[in-house]
Design a protein around this ligand. Structure first.
Ligand SMILES: Cc1ncc(COP(=O)(O)O)c(C=O)c1O
Length: 367
Protein backbone atom coordinates (compact mmCIF):
# COMPACT_ATOMS: atom_id res chain seq x y z
CA UNK A 1 0.00 0.00 0.00
CA UNK A 2 1.29 3.47 -0.87
CA UNK A 3 0.40 5.50 2.21
CA UNK A 4 -1.16 8.94 2.05
CA UNK A 5 1.15 10.38 4.70
CA UNK A 6 3.83 9.16 7.06
CA UNK A 7 6.55 10.52 9.33
CA UNK A 8 10.16 10.12 8.23
CA UNK A 9 12.07 8.99 11.33
CA UNK A 10 15.61 7.69 11.67
CA UNK A 11 18.31 6.85 14.21
CA UNK A 12 18.67 10.55 15.06
CA UNK A 13 15.15 10.74 16.51
CA UNK A 14 15.65 7.42 18.32
CA UNK A 15 18.92 8.63 19.86
CA UNK A 16 17.31 11.93 20.88
CA UNK A 17 14.53 10.15 22.78
CA UNK A 18 16.91 7.67 24.39
CA UNK A 19 19.07 10.60 25.50
CA UNK A 20 16.13 12.17 27.34
CA UNK A 21 15.16 8.81 28.91
CA UNK A 22 18.64 7.83 30.03
CA UNK A 23 20.53 11.02 30.73
CA UNK A 24 18.16 13.88 31.32
CA UNK A 25 15.98 12.21 33.92
CA UNK A 26 13.23 14.76 33.40
CA UNK A 27 10.58 13.93 30.80
CA UNK A 28 8.30 16.95 31.24
CA UNK A 29 8.95 20.47 29.97
CA UNK A 30 12.55 21.42 30.59
CA UNK A 31 15.82 22.02 28.83
CA UNK A 32 14.96 20.12 25.58
CA UNK A 33 11.82 22.23 25.14
CA UNK A 34 13.71 25.46 25.83
CA UNK A 35 16.49 24.42 23.39
CA UNK A 36 13.91 23.54 20.71
CA UNK A 37 12.28 26.96 21.18
CA UNK A 38 15.65 28.70 20.70
CA UNK A 39 16.37 26.65 17.56
CA UNK A 40 12.91 27.37 16.14
CA UNK A 41 13.41 31.09 16.79
CA UNK A 42 16.69 31.05 14.86
CA UNK A 43 15.14 29.03 12.04
CA UNK A 44 12.15 31.39 11.72
CA UNK A 45 14.35 34.51 11.83
CA UNK A 46 16.72 33.10 9.20
CA UNK A 47 13.79 32.26 6.88
CA UNK A 48 12.16 35.68 7.31
CA UNK A 49 13.09 39.13 8.48
CA UNK A 50 12.53 40.83 11.82
CA UNK A 51 12.16 39.50 15.31
CA UNK A 52 9.73 36.96 16.67
CA UNK A 53 8.71 35.54 20.05
CA UNK A 54 7.47 31.99 20.32
CA UNK A 55 6.21 29.30 22.62
CA UNK A 56 5.89 25.52 22.08
CA UNK A 57 2.71 23.68 23.00
CA UNK A 58 1.67 20.04 23.08
CA UNK A 59 -0.46 20.25 19.90
CA UNK A 60 -1.31 22.67 17.12
CA UNK A 61 -4.88 22.74 18.44
CA UNK A 62 -3.57 23.87 21.83
CA UNK A 63 -1.57 26.61 20.09
CA UNK A 64 -4.74 27.87 18.34
CA UNK A 65 -6.79 27.72 21.55
CA UNK A 66 -4.16 29.59 23.57
CA UNK A 67 -3.66 32.22 20.86
CA UNK A 68 -7.41 32.89 20.72
CA UNK A 69 -7.70 33.17 24.52
CA UNK A 70 -4.57 35.32 24.84
CA UNK A 71 -6.06 37.84 22.39
CA UNK A 72 -8.92 38.31 24.85
CA UNK A 73 -11.45 36.49 22.67
CA UNK A 74 -14.25 34.65 24.46
CA UNK A 75 -18.02 34.48 24.99
CA UNK A 76 -19.90 37.03 22.89
CA UNK A 77 -17.08 37.33 20.32
CA UNK A 78 -16.89 35.92 16.80
CA UNK A 79 -13.98 34.59 14.73
CA UNK A 80 -14.15 34.16 10.94
CA UNK A 81 -12.81 30.76 9.76
CA UNK A 82 -12.77 29.19 6.29
CA UNK A 83 -15.05 26.17 6.29
CA UNK A 84 -12.39 24.14 4.47
CA UNK A 85 -10.11 23.21 7.36
CA UNK A 86 -9.50 20.50 9.89
CA UNK A 87 -12.05 20.53 12.72
CA UNK A 88 -9.26 21.67 15.09
CA UNK A 89 -9.54 25.29 13.88
CA UNK A 90 -13.25 25.42 14.75
CA UNK A 91 -12.84 23.59 18.06
CA UNK A 92 -10.01 25.84 19.20
CA UNK A 93 -12.27 28.88 18.81
CA UNK A 94 -15.42 27.37 20.33
CA UNK A 95 -13.32 26.12 23.29
CA UNK A 96 -12.90 29.78 24.33
CA UNK A 97 -16.67 30.32 24.29
CA UNK A 98 -16.43 32.47 21.15
CA UNK A 99 -18.47 31.68 18.02
CA UNK A 100 -16.65 30.07 15.09
CA UNK A 101 -18.20 31.71 12.01
CA UNK A 102 -17.81 29.56 8.89
CA UNK A 103 -16.68 31.51 5.82
CA UNK A 104 -16.56 30.42 2.18
CA UNK A 105 -13.40 29.58 0.24
CA UNK A 106 -12.04 30.08 -3.23
CA UNK A 107 -12.59 26.66 -4.89
CA UNK A 108 -9.51 27.20 -7.09
CA UNK A 109 -7.19 27.22 -4.09
CA UNK A 110 -9.00 26.17 -0.90
CA UNK A 111 -8.08 29.51 0.72
CA UNK A 112 -10.47 31.85 2.53
CA UNK A 113 -12.69 34.05 0.36
CA UNK A 114 -12.32 37.56 1.75
CA UNK A 115 -15.54 38.82 0.15
CA UNK A 116 -17.42 36.10 2.05
CA UNK A 117 -15.50 37.07 5.21
CA UNK A 118 -16.50 40.71 4.73
CA UNK A 119 -20.17 39.79 4.30
CA UNK A 120 -20.17 37.70 7.51
CA UNK A 121 -18.48 40.34 9.71
CA UNK A 122 -20.51 41.82 12.57
CA UNK A 123 -19.76 44.16 15.45
CA UNK A 124 -18.83 41.03 17.45
CA UNK A 125 -16.09 39.92 15.03
CA UNK A 126 -12.72 40.10 16.77
CA UNK A 127 -10.43 38.00 14.58
CA UNK A 128 -10.00 36.11 11.36
CA UNK A 129 -8.38 32.65 11.31
CA UNK A 130 -7.02 32.02 7.80
CA UNK A 131 -5.81 28.48 7.13
CA UNK A 132 -2.63 27.93 5.12
CA UNK A 133 -4.37 25.16 3.20
CA UNK A 134 -1.78 22.58 2.06
CA UNK A 135 0.83 25.02 3.42
CA UNK A 136 0.12 27.77 0.90
CA UNK A 137 0.81 31.39 1.84
CA UNK A 138 -0.48 32.91 -1.36
CA UNK A 139 -3.27 34.79 0.44
CA UNK A 140 -1.31 35.80 3.55
CA UNK A 141 -0.60 39.46 2.73
CA UNK A 142 -4.18 40.05 1.56
CA UNK A 143 -5.51 38.59 4.83
CA UNK A 144 -3.10 40.67 6.97
CA UNK A 145 -4.25 43.83 5.12
CA UNK A 146 -7.95 42.87 5.37
CA UNK A 147 -7.56 42.36 9.13
CA UNK A 148 -5.72 45.66 9.59
CA UNK A 149 -8.35 47.59 7.60
CA UNK A 150 -11.15 46.04 9.67
CA UNK A 151 -9.48 46.25 13.10
CA UNK A 152 -9.20 42.45 13.50
CA UNK A 153 -6.50 40.17 14.83
CA UNK A 154 -5.20 37.37 12.60
CA UNK A 155 -4.89 33.95 14.25
CA UNK A 156 -3.09 32.22 11.42
CA UNK A 157 -3.72 28.46 11.26
CA UNK A 158 -0.42 27.49 9.70
CA UNK A 159 -0.67 23.87 10.90
CA UNK A 160 0.31 22.77 7.37
CA UNK A 161 2.86 25.47 6.66
CA UNK A 162 6.09 24.83 8.57
CA UNK A 163 9.01 25.81 6.34
CA UNK A 164 7.36 28.86 4.76
CA UNK A 165 9.15 32.23 4.98
CA UNK A 166 6.74 33.88 7.42
CA UNK A 167 6.68 37.62 8.01
CA UNK A 168 6.00 38.95 11.50
CA UNK A 169 3.34 41.51 12.47
CA UNK A 170 1.90 42.85 15.73
CA UNK A 171 -1.68 41.90 14.82
CA UNK A 172 -0.80 38.38 13.58
CA UNK A 173 -0.31 35.29 15.77
CA UNK A 174 0.74 32.17 13.84
CA UNK A 175 0.14 28.58 15.00
CA UNK A 176 1.90 25.52 13.59
CA UNK A 177 1.36 21.81 14.13
CA UNK A 178 4.11 19.24 14.60
CA UNK A 179 1.77 16.25 14.77
CA UNK A 180 2.91 12.87 13.54
CA UNK A 181 2.54 13.56 9.79
CA UNK A 182 3.35 17.27 9.47
CA UNK A 183 6.34 18.81 7.62
CA UNK A 184 8.35 18.02 10.74
CA UNK A 185 7.00 16.09 13.72
CA UNK A 186 7.48 16.03 17.48
CA UNK A 187 5.17 12.98 17.75
CA UNK A 188 2.60 15.53 18.86
CA UNK A 189 3.38 19.22 19.19
CA UNK A 190 2.86 22.76 18.06
CA UNK A 191 4.34 26.24 18.22
CA UNK A 192 2.77 29.67 18.35
CA UNK A 193 4.72 32.77 17.31
CA UNK A 194 4.25 36.49 16.80
CA UNK A 195 6.10 39.78 16.65
CA UNK A 196 3.79 40.74 19.53
CA UNK A 197 5.90 39.75 22.57
CA UNK A 198 3.17 40.67 25.05
CA UNK A 199 0.76 38.10 23.57
CA UNK A 200 3.39 35.36 23.45
CA UNK A 201 4.39 36.02 27.10
CA UNK A 202 0.73 35.63 28.04
CA UNK A 203 0.51 32.36 26.08
CA UNK A 204 3.58 31.08 27.95
CA UNK A 205 1.73 31.48 31.26
CA UNK A 206 -1.55 30.07 29.90
CA UNK A 207 0.16 26.89 28.65
CA UNK A 208 1.29 26.14 32.23
CA UNK A 209 -2.08 26.42 33.99
CA UNK A 210 -1.80 30.22 34.18
CA UNK A 211 1.17 30.01 36.55
CA UNK A 212 3.00 33.33 36.12
CA UNK A 213 6.52 33.14 34.69
CA UNK A 214 6.79 29.37 35.16
CA UNK A 215 8.34 29.13 31.66
CA UNK A 216 11.20 31.41 32.84
CA UNK A 217 11.81 29.20 35.87
CA UNK A 218 11.84 26.03 33.76
CA UNK A 219 14.40 27.66 31.42
CA UNK A 220 16.65 27.92 34.50
CA UNK A 221 16.08 24.24 35.36
CA UNK A 222 13.57 24.89 38.18
CA UNK A 223 9.90 25.74 38.50
CA UNK A 224 7.76 28.33 40.28
CA UNK A 225 6.71 27.57 43.87
CA UNK A 226 5.44 30.93 45.07
CA UNK A 227 3.19 32.18 42.28
CA UNK A 228 -0.07 33.83 41.37
CA UNK A 229 -2.71 32.75 38.81
CA UNK A 230 -4.94 35.45 37.34
CA UNK A 231 -7.01 33.51 34.81
CA UNK A 232 -7.99 30.06 33.51
CA UNK A 233 -4.95 28.27 32.08
CA UNK A 234 -4.31 24.87 30.53
CA UNK A 235 -1.84 22.01 30.78
CA UNK A 236 -0.68 22.55 27.19
CA UNK A 237 3.14 22.69 27.41
CA UNK A 238 5.53 20.57 25.33
CA UNK A 239 7.47 17.73 27.00
CA UNK A 240 11.22 17.15 26.71
CA UNK A 241 10.56 13.89 24.81
CA UNK A 242 8.47 15.60 22.14
CA UNK A 243 10.92 18.49 21.89
CA UNK A 244 13.86 16.09 21.47
CA UNK A 245 12.14 14.49 18.45
CA UNK A 246 11.39 17.95 17.05
CA UNK A 247 15.03 19.05 17.42
CA UNK A 248 16.22 16.03 15.41
CA UNK A 249 13.58 16.68 12.76
CA UNK A 250 14.33 20.39 12.48
CA UNK A 251 17.87 19.55 11.32
CA UNK A 252 16.32 17.76 8.31
CA UNK A 253 13.69 20.31 7.29
CA UNK A 254 15.55 21.50 4.18
CA UNK A 255 15.94 17.91 2.94
CA UNK A 256 12.28 17.20 3.71
CA UNK A 257 11.07 20.30 1.85
CA UNK A 258 13.28 19.49 -1.15
CA UNK A 259 11.78 16.04 -1.42
CA UNK A 260 8.19 17.22 -0.87
CA UNK A 261 8.45 19.99 -3.48
CA UNK A 262 10.05 17.53 -5.94
CA UNK A 263 7.14 15.08 -5.57
CA UNK A 264 4.64 17.93 -5.99
CA UNK A 265 6.41 19.16 -9.14
CA UNK A 266 6.12 15.66 -10.62
CA UNK A 267 2.38 15.50 -9.86
CA UNK A 268 1.85 18.95 -11.34
CA UNK A 269 3.87 18.22 -14.48
CA UNK A 270 2.89 14.62 -15.15
CA UNK A 271 -0.80 14.42 -14.25
CA UNK A 272 -3.06 15.92 -16.84
CA UNK A 273 -6.68 15.08 -17.57
CA UNK A 274 -9.85 17.16 -18.14
CA UNK A 275 -11.40 15.52 -15.04
CA UNK A 276 -8.59 16.83 -12.83
CA UNK A 277 -8.12 20.41 -11.72
CA UNK A 278 -4.88 21.34 -10.00
CA UNK A 279 -4.98 24.03 -7.31
CA UNK A 280 -3.61 27.51 -7.92
CA UNK A 281 -1.49 27.76 -4.79
CA UNK A 282 2.05 28.30 -3.57
CA UNK A 283 3.79 24.93 -3.26
CA UNK A 284 6.97 26.03 -1.42
CA UNK A 285 6.30 24.06 1.79
CA UNK A 286 3.57 21.55 0.91
CA UNK A 287 2.06 19.37 3.61
CA UNK A 288 -0.59 17.64 1.46
CA UNK A 289 -1.28 17.39 -2.27
CA UNK A 290 -4.99 18.10 -2.79
CA UNK A 291 -6.52 18.42 -6.27
CA UNK A 292 -10.10 18.42 -7.54
CA UNK A 293 -11.58 15.39 -9.31
CA UNK A 294 -14.53 16.70 -11.29
CA UNK A 295 -16.34 13.33 -11.55
CA UNK A 296 -17.46 10.92 -8.82
CA UNK A 297 -14.73 11.59 -6.27
CA UNK A 298 -15.66 8.77 -3.87
CA UNK A 299 -15.57 6.15 -6.64
CA UNK A 300 -12.24 7.56 -7.86
CA UNK A 301 -10.79 7.20 -4.35
CA UNK A 302 -12.13 3.64 -4.05
CA UNK A 303 -10.60 2.74 -7.44
CA UNK A 304 -7.22 4.07 -6.33
CA UNK A 305 -7.45 2.18 -3.04
CA UNK A 306 -8.11 -1.06 -4.92
CA UNK A 307 -4.85 -0.40 -6.79
CA UNK A 308 -2.98 0.04 -3.48
CA UNK A 309 -2.98 3.83 -3.28
CA UNK A 310 -4.33 5.52 -0.18
CA UNK A 311 -5.79 8.99 -0.72
CA UNK A 312 -7.38 11.66 1.47
CA UNK A 313 -10.31 14.10 1.24
CA UNK A 314 -9.06 17.24 3.01
CA UNK A 315 -11.68 18.21 4.26
CA UNK A 316 -15.37 17.79 4.91
CA UNK A 317 -16.65 21.39 5.08
CA UNK A 318 -17.07 22.26 8.76
CA UNK A 319 -20.32 24.20 8.31
CA UNK A 320 -21.97 20.88 7.32
CA UNK A 321 -21.14 19.27 10.70
CA UNK A 322 -23.99 19.20 13.23
CA UNK A 323 -22.11 21.25 15.85
CA UNK A 324 -21.18 24.06 13.43
CA UNK A 325 -24.11 23.85 10.97
CA UNK A 326 -24.86 27.22 9.37
CA UNK A 327 -28.26 28.48 8.22
CA UNK A 328 -26.52 29.73 5.03
CA UNK A 329 -24.82 27.90 2.13
CA UNK A 330 -21.14 28.20 1.31
CA UNK A 331 -21.05 27.12 -2.31
CA UNK A 332 -17.27 27.19 -2.82
CA UNK A 333 -16.57 25.06 0.26
CA UNK A 334 -19.39 22.63 -0.56
CA UNK A 335 -18.14 22.09 -4.12
CA UNK A 336 -14.56 21.68 -2.91
CA UNK A 337 -15.57 19.30 -0.13
CA UNK A 338 -17.31 17.06 -2.66
CA UNK A 339 -14.47 16.96 -5.20
CA UNK A 340 -11.19 17.24 -3.31
CA UNK A 341 -8.78 14.27 -3.37
CA UNK A 342 -5.33 14.30 -1.79
CA UNK A 343 -2.60 12.14 -3.29
CA UNK A 344 0.18 10.56 -1.22
CA UNK A 345 2.79 13.06 -0.12
CA UNK A 346 5.59 12.22 2.29
CA UNK A 347 9.33 11.92 2.33
CA UNK A 348 9.41 8.11 2.36
CA UNK A 349 7.83 7.85 -1.12
CA UNK A 350 10.31 6.49 -3.66
CA UNK A 351 10.53 7.77 -7.25
CA UNK A 352 8.91 4.50 -8.25
CA UNK A 353 5.99 5.08 -5.83
CA UNK A 354 5.46 8.52 -7.35
CA UNK A 355 5.48 7.08 -10.88
CA UNK A 356 2.95 4.43 -9.77
CA UNK A 357 0.64 7.07 -8.30
CA UNK A 358 0.83 9.18 -11.48
CA UNK A 359 0.23 6.25 -13.85
CA UNK A 360 -2.65 4.91 -11.74
CA UNK A 361 -4.35 8.31 -11.46
CA UNK A 362 -4.12 8.73 -15.25
CA UNK A 363 -5.54 5.23 -15.77
CA UNK A 364 -8.40 5.70 -13.25
CA UNK A 365 -9.48 8.95 -14.92
CA UNK A 366 -10.45 6.81 -17.91
CA UNK A 367 -12.69 4.52 -15.80
C1 LIG B 1 -5.56 22.84 9.36
C2 LIG B 1 -5.21 22.26 10.70
N1 LIG B 1 -5.39 23.01 11.79
C3 LIG B 1 -5.08 22.55 13.02
C4 LIG B 1 -4.57 21.28 13.20
C5 LIG B 1 -4.32 20.81 14.59
O1 LIG B 1 -3.02 20.42 14.82
P1 LIG B 1 -2.72 19.27 15.89
O2 LIG B 1 -3.10 17.97 15.29
O3 LIG B 1 -1.24 19.39 16.13
O4 LIG B 1 -3.50 19.58 17.10
C6 LIG B 1 -4.37 20.46 12.10
C7 LIG B 1 -3.85 19.09 12.26
O5 LIG B 1 -3.91 18.24 11.41
C8 LIG B 1 -4.71 20.94 10.80
O6 LIG B 1 -4.56 20.18 9.71
Amino acid sequence: MIKLSQACLGPEEEAAVVNVLRHDGYLGMGKETIAFEKELETFLKDASSGSVSLCCCHTGTAALHLATQALGIGPGDEVLIPSMTYIASFQAVSATGAKAVAVDIDPNSGAIDLSSAKSLMTSKTKAIMPVLYAGSMHMANDVYAFAKDNGLYVIEDAAHGFGQPFSFHDHVVTCISFDSIKNITCGEGGVVFSKNTRIVEKIKDLRLLGVEKDSDQRAKGGRSWDFDVKEQGWRYHMSNINAAIGRAQLKKIHLFLKRRTYIVSRYLNEISHPMIQMLAIDWRAPHIFPMLFLGNRDKFRQDLLKEGIETGAHYKANHLLSFYRTPYDLKGAEFFSEHVVSLPLHVNLTDEDVSTVIATVQKMCLN
